[in-house]
Design a protein around this ligand. Structure first.
Ligand code: SF4
Length: 175
């Protein structure tokens, strides 16, 4: 593994449905004004993600009350992070097939991720492993404290498999 991570939360209730394990992957080039976590723009920020880190995440996901894993950043879908994040989500799927996976990304689904996923099979495979995607840059002028699971109103919560199959954003409408 070559990625770094800023933080792991083992009981996160803010970033997806239920009580979740969340992993903040370092490295982001979107440079959104007002970013909540600019230190994590550096790919070397935080700690190296090791086999022990992976084991810790798999263990933290084990209790029945933990609903799933959330990937945040930084930018978990940046080209430099994709293959390691894919390896992790595959291990999570294998060990915990009953848990769901959410991912936050600054990329826009139709404008950026869909066309790029036709060129980059790693990205395509990674998207196929994710259940729910919160997409789009953080836009300070559209920041709202009332948007559930989102930082700004332009961001959307998408069902990824349905969106990939349809070739357009299919909104997640809650659980
Ligand atoms: S995508 Fe997220 S981490 Fe990256 S600059 Fe924007 S708000 Fe910050």
């Amino acid at each position: 593994m070559t990625i770094n991570y800023a933080e792991i939360r083992t009981h996160d209730i803010a970033n997806g449905v239920g009580v979740r394990v969340s992993l903040f992957v370092s490295g982001c080039e979107h440079a959104c004004p007002g970013c909540f976590n600019p230190e994590a723009w550096r790919f070397g920020f935080g700690e190296p993600f090791t086999e022990e880190t992976e084991a810790r995440i798999l263990g933290a996901l084990r209790p029945a009350h933990i609903r799933g894993l959330t990937l945040l950043g930084g930018e978990p879908l940046h080209p430099r992070n994709r293959s390691d994040v894919l390896a992790l989500v595959r291990r999570v799927r294998e060990a915990h097939p009953d848990k769901d996976i959410w991912c936050y990304t600054g990329y826009h689904f139709e404008r950026e991720l869909l066309p790029e996923s036709e060129r980059d099979s790693i990205l395509r495979q990674l998207l196929e492993e994710i259940d729910v995607l919160v997409d789009g840059r953080f836009v300070q002028a559209r920041k709202s404290l009332h948007t559930r699971f989102r930082g700004s109103e332009n961001q959307r919560i998408l069902r990824v498999r349905e969106s990939l199959a349809a070739g357009r954003a299919v909104l997640w409408e809650g659980a």
